[in-house]
Design a protein around this ligand. Sequence first.
Ligand code: NFE
Length: 505
Amino acid sequence: MAKTFVIDPVTRLEGHLSVRIEVADGKVTEAYCQGEMFRGFEQILRGRHPMDAQQITQRICGVCPISHGIASVLAQDAAYKVSPPPNGRLLRNLVQAANYIQSHIVHFYLLSALDFVDITAVLKYTGDSPVMADLRGWVERQLKEKLIYPAAPFLPRYEGKYLADDAANFMAIRHYVEALEMRQTAHQMVSLFGAKVPHSTALVPGGITEKVTARAIVAYKSKLEKLRTFIRDAYLPDVVRVAQAMPDYFEIGKGCGNFLAYGVFPESDAPDDAFFPSGVLTKGQLQPLSTAKVAEHLKFSKFDARASGRHPYQGETIAQPAKEGAYTWLKAPRYDGQVMEVGPLARMLIAYHSGKHPEIVKSVDALLAAVGGKPEHLDSVLGRHAARALECQIVADKCLDWLAELKPRESSFNEFELPQTGEGAGLTEAPRGALGHWLVLEEKRIKSYQCIVPTTWNCSPRDDKGVPGALEQAIAGTRVESPENPIEVARVVRSFDPCLACAVH
Ligand code: NFE
């Protein structure tokens, strides 16, 4: 007989998620992901001037605001029939890339690493790093106080097997502290071409308002070098050390097996010419993306189900907090009726199968060789962390090419006229996966605006056919040594890097 346990809240992720699991014979049989709040951005946007949209939608999140800004200006580009000049496209890529690097580093160190790194090892530290000595002193003092949350955000934590090697723990803990500085550096890179962080004021339809200057290029590049060094010398090696110490996590957290990406970082004006290509991978077969097949199901969501199964151009968001049978504020996006996982792993696998980037195939193979994994192991907790770290490096390296293509003195913006009516879809990839904004205009005002956000895909509830969402499927089947201390489930959840603030928008 299955017993029910609730992890509420799941800490160290963005926003408010609780997970209900049913456990029988030491194994999760069912999982339910619950998004705990409603925000209402789609209603806020109705009736407003469309050029407010990129500002308002960036407020959906402080972690991935740039991707929301990009999705919004892409939707407007399509509706106004304008596209940016090369400088505009490149600056958008550079701003979004810096925001990716920030997000991935923060996710690994500040949110996930504490699932694997033994923070209490710092109490044994006798080396000469002042940062580590400070941290040791602080943890010691906190523990002496005997508080309920003795050394938050490090402790308490679920107990489990952590990295056993002191040197590996010391290194990761030190990198945890350095990651804060890396985040600041990446934010500064966003502000160089995006004017402001976290919510860029420079993103506009037709391009970007910042000018390309030699000074900004040099400043961006010097900060980029700092991040590239950190990714190469800290982030990737720490992920490899975790993978080598806990290879069983290549077998844990296997998801639905379907992957979707809209593509990101356009390399030209041509449709579908993105550095990370779009595509849909089901049963190992890559198909071209057709966004007409995207729909949101509402049967188990706290919204009026009369709009269920609709494409986002026809979508509605009518809250019904007391709806019977509904257990979350997330909708359930589906592609051609199927559950999809989105995120760095989806992008990596789609790029891998597309054959577009032999260098990505080489990087994935090299990383797998370093950790002793096989391609089929990528659909797992460790596979998601490895794909994110590798993507971070690939994107940071790619920024050098985009910087070299910039042309100082040329414009980064094309003029446009606001039409009376129109519609446009803005499809991009946020750090956590496929992100779409769908805009309909009437009398130069927003008639309808729908967002389908990466975490809405990943943490979606059951759909109208009762099929669980991607994370719900990845949690089901997980062995838990002690259901009161479900560290295995927490590790599966965090491998998706959920952002519930975005998901419920
Ligand atoms: Ni709030 Fe986001 C990313 C978007 S989340 S962090 O990445 O869009 O689903």
